[in-house]
Structures are given as C-alpha cells and as structure tokens.
Design a protein around this ligand. Structure first.
Ligand code: NAP
Length: 293
C-alpha cells in the first residue's frame, strides 16, 4: 500500500486565497486592513528567512506588514518598550516576535508582554489557558495547520486514537489540545515515554513533533494511519549540501494511509495559519463577527 500524500503546499495556497478574499471584503465593507508587526531581533539566518517569507505572505494576502528589525545587542527593556508601543497601535492587530531571541532577553517575559488579543503566534499563557479550557482564543499556527491537514483526510476526528510525539508548548501540547477538542482520544508522548513504538502503533492519527531526523520508523505506524510529520531537520545531503527531512522515515509511506511530506506538508500551513490568526485578531479587535476562514 502506498500512502496518499497530503499536499500542504496546495492546501495552504487555498487557505491563503480564502484569507485574501476576506481581507478584500473587510477593506470594502469596514475600511479595515489587518496589520501584523513582525519583530526580528538579531541576524539568525534561519529567522531572517522565516520573517521574509512571513512578510511576503502577509503582503500577498493584502494585509499590512509592519516589519521591525532590531540589532542582536537590543536590551530586554528596549524590546519590551517596542511591544508596549505595538500593543497600543490600533493599526497593528497582530504581533509576532520571532524566536529564538538573543541570550540577554527572556523570551517568556516578551511573550507575556504581548496583548493576548494581538498574540497571533498563540504562545501567550492566556491563550494557552484558553485553549486548555476550551475557550475561544488565538491558537498556535503550526498545531492549527496540523489539525487542518488531518481533517482533509478525516472530516471528523471524533473517537479516533491520536498520538502526539513531543510535548513542547509550541507544537506538541497545543496540537494535543486541538485534537482533544476534536473529540479524539489523545496520548502525548515524550522522551521518557516507555515503549514508544507500541504507543505509536495504536495511532489512527500520528503527529510527530520531535526534532529527530526520521526517528519514527515504518514499523511504528499502524497500517492505514494518517501521519502528520512536523519535523524540520537539516541533515547532510549529496555533494556536501544539506537537505531537510522530517521526524518520520521516508518508507513510512509504504504503511501509512496518508501522510504529510517534508518539505511541503506542515511547513506551508504555519504561515497560512498566521494569516488566519491575524484576520481573526483584526475582526475581534473591531468587534466584527469571526470570519468564515
Ligand atoms: P522541542 O521543543 O525540542 O520538543 C521536542 C519534543 O520531542 C520534546 O517534548 C521531547 O521530549 C520530545 N522528544 C525528543 N526526543 C525524543 C525521543 N527520543 N523520544 C520521544 N520524544 C522525544 O521541539 P518543537 O519546537 O516542538 O519542534 C519539533 C520539531 O518540529 C522540530 O523539528 C522543529 O523544527 C519542527 N517545527 C516545525 C514547524 C513547522 O512549521 N513545520 C514549526 C515548529 C517546529 P521531552 O519534553 O521529554 O524533552
């Protein structure tokens, strides 16, 4: 059996088109242009690429991008002052501070300083609490994208056995909460989980968010399962170049029913969901009903 490939790139492109249509409607009907401030501190090359891609997607969706690039030497106080200023700016509906931050800055302090209603990354403890309590709020983008992709395979995830490998605040925990909200039966695994292979083999939906190249082997997967591979791992490739692989072995596609490729699976959904969150934040702040996207 060969798994069907969940084309995250195409699904994300469709989502971005829907967001752009909503943005256009909001501009005409309410003179509202959703705005997002993307703050980059320092010159981490990977972060620079992420921020560039995010800003491009924001502009393509017809939103306003307010990019702020600060030097690596920026103090915590200066970054907190910028967040305060962006919190008060009515043209800025979403604030994203690109992680990681330089050592002199406490990332948790910065995340906590962002107005929860503008926290389009969904990392603020208030939004984490809302998600855990089943209350509406802004949800982290990558987990949101994972569940959207799983739902392209199964219209309903209710009663399914879902296993999440990884318990980070950014991916593992929120994706588990979202799957629970979809009425799946959820197990969260981590580095201390006993007999991980056996637990993974129970999964109808398996989410791998580990950060270990191709750790999940094909015989860890229940035949026909839906596999969402969040991992982005750089490994040595041919000719001295590096290549990107996921957390799931390539031959998993011989066993799974459906799976996300790496690259081209979860990755493109993350940016598309950032646009969705910004749209929701803008409507919420204007007192408008939640958009259909
Ligand atoms: P993280 O904070 O390092 O968390 C990794 C998790 O995996 C931890 O909970 C850890 O368990 C668990 N783990 C590590 N080794 C394990 C093992 N041998 N067995 C079982 N569990 C193990 O990473 P993250 O931020 O969640 O990211 C995970 C992966 O997703 C990375 O490859 C990252 O690059 C990728 N990612 C992709 C996107 C995207 O847009 N596609 C977005 C974010 C992240 P403990 O808690 O016990 O240490």
């Amino acid at each position: 059996m060969s798994a069907s490939i969940i084309d995250g790139k195409a699904i994300a492109a469709q989502l971005r088109e829907k967001v752009a249509a909503e943005v256009s409607r909001l501009k005409t009907a309410h003179d509202l242009v959703p705005g997002i401030a993307v703050v980059l501190v320092g010159d981490n090359p990977a972060s620079e690429v992420y921020v560039r891609n995010k800003s491009k997607a924001v502009a393509e969706a017809g939103m306003r991008a307010v990019d702020r690039k600060l030097p690596a030497s920026t103090s915590e106080a200066d970054l907190l002052a910028l967040v305060t200023q962006l919190n008060a700016d009515p043209a800025v509906h979403g604030i994203l501070v690109q992680l990681p931050l330089p050592d002199q800055i406490d990332a948790q302090k910065v995340i906590a300083a962002i107005d929860p209603d503008k926290d389009v990354d969904g990392f603020h403890p208030i939004n984490a609490g809302r998600l855990a309590s089943g209350l509406p709020g802004l949800v982290p983008c990558t987990p949101l994208g994972c569940v959207m992709l799983a739902k392209t395979v199964h219209a309903s995830l209710a009663s399914m056995e879902a296993v999440v490998v990884g318990r980070s605040n950014i991916v593992g925990k929120p994706v588990a909460q979202l799957l629970l909200a979809e009425n799946a039966t959820v197990t969260i695994c981590h580095s201390k989980t006993r007999n991980l292979k056996a637990v993974c083999r129970r999964a109808d939906v398996l989410v791998a968010a580990i950060g270990r190249p191709e750790m999940i082997l094909s015989d860890w997967i229940k035949p026909g399962a839906t596999v969402i591979d969040v991992g982005i791992n750089r490994v040595p490739g041919e000719g001295g170049k590096s290549r990107i692989v996921g957390d799931v072995a390539k031959d998993a596609r011989e066993v799974a029913g459906a799976l996300t490729p790496v690259p081209g699976g979860v990755g493109p959904m993350t940016i598309a969901c950032l646009l969705v969150n910004t749209l929701h934040a803008a409507c919420m702040q204007r007192g408008l009903p939640a958009p259909a996207v």
